[in-house]
Structure formats: C-alpha cells, structure tokens
Write a protein that binds this ligand. Structure first.
Ligand code: ATP
Length: 573
C-alpha cells in the first residue's frame, strides 16, 4: 500500500489528518466538560456555570461534527481520487500493451484488477485515512486524559483491553480464512455466470440449460454458505465490544463508587472516565478492523502495481526513422522467424517475401499454420524473433508505431465492432471521413445494400461487439472500416470466410480498382479467395511450403493441390 503514496495528493491527505485531529480534540474535550458540569455546576447548584459550559459543549459538538464532515469529505475524495487515478493509469497502460503483455495477463484478470481490486484499495484507503489516524490519536488522547483525571482507576484498562483484543483476535482468526475463500468463490461465481452468458447459444443448442443452472446454483449456494459463516463469526464483534464496554463500566462503577464514597473522587470524574474508556475500546476495535483489512488491500495493491510496473516489450525507437517514400509502397519479410512468449516451437520460420504497390499477396494454409501470426507482425503487434520486416525499405522497429499503423488498414480475423453507430465505426481509422467515402467503402465491401436497407442507414446502432449483425455483415463492415482509411498496405485476415462464394468474388473484383495504389495481403482458407492473387504463399506449420501464382502452385505444389482437392473439384478451377 505504501507504494501507492506516489499516486496520492499530499494536500488532501494533510487536510484529512488535520480535520481528524480537530475532531479528536473535540471528542476528548466533551467528557471533561461533562465532568465539570456535574462536579462544579450540578453538585454546587451553579446555574451560570451549567449554561456557560453547556454553550462550550455545544460549540465543541459543532466543531467536532464539522471537522468530522470535512475529514470524511477529504478522505472520500482522496480514496476515490486514488481509485480514479489508478483506473486511468491501468487503462492507459493496457491500451498500449502489446499482444505479448495481453497474453501474459489475460483479459479477465485485467478487468478484475481495474474494477474489484481498485475498489478494495479505495475501501482500505478510506479506512486507513479515517480510522488509522482517528483511532491511535483517540486511544493515546483518551488514555492520557483518563490517566491524568483518575490514575487510581487506570488499572481497569490493563484488564479490559487485553480481553477485548483477545476476543477480536479470536473472531478475526476464524473469519479471516472465510473471507479469503469468499473472494475465491466470488471469482468462481463470476466465471460460471460469465460462461453461462457468453455461451448461452451453445448451452441451448446442446440442451444443457438444466446442467448449467445446477452448476450456477451450486456455485451460488457455496458462496452464500461461506458468506453466512463469515458474517456469523463477524456478528460476534459487536456483542464482544458491548461486553468489553459493559465489563469496563462495571469495574469503573464498582471501584469508582468506593473512591467517591471515601471522597477520593468526584462523580463527574467517574462519568468522564467511563466515556474515555469507551473511546479507548472503540479505538482498539477500529484499529483491529483496519489491521484485518489491510492485508487484503495489500494484495490488491500488488495486483494493480504489477500491471502498472509492466514494461512494454514493444517501444518506439529513440531516434525514429520516417517512412518517407510513401508514393512507392512496399512490404518486405526478410527471413522472419517468430516464437510466442513461452512457446517451445516457432510459430513462423524463415518467412521471406516482397510485396509491392498494386500487388496482391494471398496467404493460404491450414488451421494453426501461422497465417494470423504473420498478419499480426505487419502492424508490429508482436516483434520478430529473427529477421526483419521492412515497410518502404525501413525496418518497422525503427519507425514510431503510430506512423507505421497509419499506413496500414487492418481487417482482423474476428470482425469486432464497437458499440455506437455504423458511421462511428466506419470513421474509427479516419475520423474525418465523409459520408461519401464511407458509402463508397461499403459499396466495395458489398455492404452498401444491407446498410442502406436499414431504417437509419449509417446512423443505425451497433451493439457491443456488433452482436446485432450477422457474421457476414460484421465482416463486411470490418472490411469497409479498413477500406475507409485508404491505407497503403491493406491486410485482410481471413476476412472473407463468412461471405458466400458470390459475394466473396464480387468483393475481390470491386477491390481491384480501389486498391491499385496499395499493397494488399489477403489471408484465407478458401482456394477461391486466393485464386486471382499475384502471388500466393502456402503456409504449413509456420514455414513456406509453396510460393507462386495459382496456375504454378496448381501444377507443382502437393500441399496446395491437397487443399484444392479438399475444397473444389479440380476441373472447376
Ligand atoms: N497468443 C498465442 N500464444 C501462444 N501461441 C499462440 C498464440 N496464438 C497462436 N499461437 C500458436 O501459434 C500457431 C499459429 O497460430 P495462428 O493463429 O497464426 O494460426 P492460423 O493459421 O491463423 O490459424 P487459423 O486459420 O485457425 O486462424 C498455432 O500453433 C497456435 O497454437
């Protein structure tokens, strides 16, 4: 938690502590004023004194309330501000994470860390800022006041504080592991719930509704049981506190009344002593609670800092080069090899090709042959292990990522759209794109007809992930989004797979005049998609096993022939 200090505002922390100190001073003054009113006002029948002290008490009460409010205000502002800063920082980090870092963490843990863990930090920070400053001050202050008022009664604390501390320890000792297991069970509950929601179609198709319901019920019941147990144990906290306060009061009254009867102590002092005793015991209880929650905040802080401390493996060079000659675009893979982080085998081995302006390169291969990996290397989503990727003759690692990616239009394998309107999605890579440009891109991507058929056209809503469109429609929108950028290098990663053969053919035909000045990479599993490419690369287990035109490969490449035979009848091609 201490490492979080650098994200905090020192002025707000100072004001929190300052108002807390004023609040404590007010709280400590009250029992003394009560004692005085009893001993010098009531006992001596001094009405003036009672009224004057009554006003002082009112003043101190107002001061205490005001400073308590300001303390809570600044503590809440600080803890919420800390949460806000951490969330912002995590988001900014994650958005620049390379695929390597994203693979290392996984999306769901990044979501949990930026929501649950930060909320836990906020909660603990609020407790620390309020209770951890209030309680020690209160314990020391009330202890000193009580002792100076009546040293003969101070021995009471030697009995009651250890008893209360032991009771609290006992409760926390049993509830601690239960709360810990509750966190794990919450994770499980979330996982089952998430799986159930995302897999709802599969669940229905396999008629597994009942099975999934039982799985959820079981996780839910398990969580509820642990929660009940933990809270039952915690329920002993308040009675223990009441017990400790009552025992203290009994002891104070028992011994105090003897001192009063012998004239060694005044009644008011006894009342004040009882109030100080209660303040001390509440302080002890609160400190124990904070000490209980602190380790949880610590774990969350570590999980959040782990993300913030992550060094991006892909960084911009200090002396960046520029992709000057954009009029004559080229893409070159120079003996490129790549291995995923922690993988034993290379995903790509010695990939070598050159693609020039106006040319179309198709990459075909079976599942897991490395096609998507190759596509991801072009915009530098990963860095090569060996070899070089050059755009316009410059190594992509020598160029700023922003400059490189502005040159590339990318339609990923999973056609992901963002919630918003179709227009907003189309403008994603080129915010200044006109409606005319968008409609043209949609026409090329064979999406104009269905978009213009929608009642609101370009203003039609796109749900999260594009869930309100069919797979084929999503792909066409994703292709159009890439085309709107009018990029020099266009990469279509299996983007035509959900299109029927006719639409696929029409799209590729429409693409030709539109991409005359671009270098186009088309990744596909279907022979019909790659048939008219200027150059085809056949990938198998990460290596190039064939390179040439369709006519060349058709006659001399056994793997290409194999793919062809499995998909089409030879005589049709
Ligand atoms: N993030 C990753 N971490 C580790 N290994 C990966 C990762 N992504 C892919 N791989 C592995 O790299 C190899 C190539 O995968 P890739 O996704 O490039 O294949 P692909 O040809 O695009 O397959 P498909 O046609 O099924 O999409 C596979 O063996 C795969 O298991």
């Amino acid at each position: 938690m201490t490492r979080l200090a650098k994200f905090m505002n020192p002025w707000r922390v100072f004001l929190t502590v300052l108002f807390m100190a004023v609040q404590v001073a007010g709280m400590l003054a009250m029992p003394t004023l009560t004692a005085n009113i009893i001993d010098f006002g009531v006992a001596e029948g001094n009405v003036d004194y009672i009224i004057r002290t009554g006003f002082y008490m009112l003043g101190f009460t107002l001061l205490t309330i005001l400073s308590a409010l300001l303390n809570v205000y600044f503590a809440a502002k600080e803890s919420q501000g800390l949460g806000n800063t951490l969330r912002k920082k995590i988001y900014r980090m994650v958005i620049f994470f390379t695929n390597d870092e994203l693979d290392k963490f996984g999306t769901s843990t990044l979501i949990t860390r930026s929501t649950n863990d930060i909320m836990q930090i906020q909660f603990v920070m609020m407790m620390v800022l309020r209770i951890m400053t209030l309680s020690p001050l209160l314990i020391i202050g009330a202890g000193t006041m009580a002792y100076t008022r009546e040293p003969q009664l101070a021995f009471v604390f030697i009995i009651t504080i250890p008893v209360l501390a032991a009771l609290i320890w006992f409760i926390l000792h049993f509830s601690g592991p239960l709360f810990k297991s509750m966190q794990k069970k919450t994770d499980r509950l979330n996982r089952v719930f998430r799986e159930g929601l995302t897999g709802i179609r599969v669940i229905r198709a396999f008629n597994k509704d009942e099975y999934e319901r039982e799985r959820f019920d079981e996780a839910n019941w398990d969580f509820a049981q642990t929660s009940i147990k933990a809270n039952t144990v915690m329920a002993f906290m308040m009675p223990s506190m009441v017990l400790a306060v009552s025992v203290t009061n009994i002891l104070i009254i028992w011994f105090g009344s003897q001192l009063v009867s012998t004239g060694d102590m005044q009644v008011g002092n006894m009342v004040a002593f009882m109030t100080y005793a209660m303040q001390i015991l509440i302080g002890v209880m609160n400190v124990s609670m904070v000490l209980f929650f602190l380790p949880r905040g610590q774990v969350s802080a570590e999980r959040v800092l782990e993300v913030l401390d992550t060094q991006n493996t892909i960084e911009d060079p200090e002396q960046a080069k520029h992709l000057k000659d954009t009029s004559n675009v080229s893409l070159r893979f120079d003996n490129v090899s790549f291995r995923y982080h922690g993988a034993e085998k290379s995903a790509l081995e010695n990939i070598d090709f050159t693609l020039n302006k106006g040319e179309r390169l198709a990459i075909i291969g079976g599942t897991g042959s490395g096609k998507t990996t190759l596509a991801n290397l072009i915009p530098r989503l990963y860095d090569v292990e060996r070899g070089q990727i050059k755009v316009n003759g410059v190594d992509v690692r020598d160029v700023e990522q922003g400059e490189l990616r502005r040159l590339i239009g990318f339609a990923p394998q999973k056609a992901l759209l963002f919630s918003g309107t179709i227009r907003e999605n189309m403008k994603y890579g080129k915010p200044e794109a006109t409606d005319e440009e968008i409609w043209h891109a949609l026409e090329v991507a064979q999406g104009k007809d269905f978009v213009s058929g929608l009642p609101k056209g370009l203003d039609s809503r796109v749900e999260q992930g594009g869930g309100n469109f069919s797979g084929g429609q999503r792909q066409r929108l994703s292709i159009a989004r890439a085309l709107v950028t009018k990029a020099d290098i266009l990469v279509f990663d299996d983007s035509f797979s959900a299109l029927d053969f006719k639409t696929d053919a029409r799209l590729r035909e429409a693409l030709k005049p539109d991409t005359q000045d671009a270098a186009v990479v088309i990744i596909a599993q279907r022979i019909s998609t790659v048939i008219d490419a200027d150059q085809i690369i056949v990938l198998d287990q990460g290596t190039i096993v064939g390179q040439g035109t369709h006519e060349e490969l058709k006659t001399n490449n056994p793997i290409y022939q194999e793919i062809m035979e499995s998909q089409l009848k030879g005589e049709d091609i």
